[in-house]
Design a binder for this molecule. Sequence first.
Ligand code: ZN
Length: 218
Amino acid sequence: MQERLQKLTSMPVSVIWHENKTTYLSVKKERGKLFLRLHRLFFNAPTPVLEALIRYAMNRDDSARIVIKQMAHLHFSQTTVEADPLNPVGKVYNLQEIFNQVQEILPVTKVSIGWSNRSRQGSFRSITFGTFDKHRRQIRINSILDTDQVPLYFLKFIVYHEMLHAVCPTKMDATGRCLIHTAEFRRREKEFPQFEEAKEWEKKSLTFFKKRKSHGRP
Ligand SMILES: [Zn+2]
């Protein structure tokens, strides 16, 4: 592989492989040598992708960047990894029961669900109510919602939204940007029976959640 890359440039190339998916490519040019840290996904990459790697590494070529991102997108959308089990049983709500109810209007396969304990640091402006991890096919719901002050239909809506991520594929636009909430996604999101009520409740409740969060009681 290193030899295949080396053939594409006159600059000496040194490659280190890794499995860290957040930075699948990093480049350093030092003392006339090109140092690449590459994710394993590029290990058997076809030549046009290798050319793109080199073009990007040498002069930050934009079209090369898109090819690389597309390759990574393709790879990560096809791989699933072994997942730790999640706990769906909360103090008030059982997410598995809610999930099963939503399944009747939105069937998904091989998806698990549970409460997330990790209270994310960050601004109070945005609260992540739920996430869908497509590699583990897991939905995590913020335990801030595990209270009887949250109506069932709202929690159902959050679960529905995350389940929709399991059936609505992400798209990549012409600039290589990944679109998660596509037009198709937004259209189907509105099909949730209590969509308007849920959105309305979300607006009203945001102040309440921000207070709880800032007091550190998730
Ligand atoms: Zn979303």
